[in-house]
Design a protein around this ligand. Structure first.
Ligand code: CMX
Ligand code: CO
Length: 144
């Protein structure tokens, strides 16, 4: 079952400046920064609140580290802004994705990949989700 918003992904040109904006404007100071080579990003997860299922809700700020990455392509086409939404699941993320695929939604990965903070992730095609690129997240240590 999808139990919460795990995060909203936001594409930005300058990660440090964007993190600084969210810190100054809203006081979001709990930031986890990491590089995900496979996804081609340097990213910050800003924690907004804890959630009842042991996970939490974040803003994910994404800066491209390669010109051919999905975030670089998105920025070139649209500029900065909301890139995707991510739902947290309380079960195995592949099992969750298989259930959604039965509704005719294309799942982008054959098997889950590594997301922020040791999570397991997959994506649903935006064209099958009324224009919203949608990520499914199984938080580290959850859903078994
Ligand atoms: N939201 C909504 N629509 C999007 C989109 C987005 N983020 N990205 C692309 N699209 C739309 C485009 O507008 C385009 O529509 P039109 O044909 O009507 O113009 C269509 O999808 C194809 O777009 P494209 O620019 O040609 O891009 P690609 O098909 O090469 O890639 C996608 C799109 C979703 C398959 C690719 O971005 C992807 O694999 N994403 C998953 C991985 C990812 O986004 N990683 C970064 C985040 C990592 C993380 O969250 O941890
Ligand atoms: Co994400």
């Amino acid at each position: 079952m999808l139990t919460r918003i795990d995060h909203i992904g936001i594409a930005c040109h300058d990660l440090d400046a964007t993190v600084d904006f969210y810190r100054r404007a809203y006081g979001f100071t709990d930031a986890h920064i990491e590089v995900n080579e496979e996804q081609g990003v340097r990213e910050a997860m800003l924690k907004i609140n804890d959630a009842g299922d042991g996970g939490a809700t974040y803003l994910q700020l994404l800066e491209p580290i390669r010109d051919d990455s999905p975030i670089a392509k998105f920025l070139a086409k649209n500029g900065e802004g909301v890139h995707h939404i991510a739902f947290g699941t309380d079960k195995d993320v592949q099992e969750e994705a298989d259930g959604i695929a039965e509704q005719g939604v294309r799942v982008l990965y054959d098997s889950p990949r590594r997301g922020s903070m040791g999570s397991r992730i997959t994506f649903l095609h935006p064209k099958d989700c009324h224009g919203v690129l949608t990520e499914l997240v199984q938080a580290a240590g959850q859903g078994h």
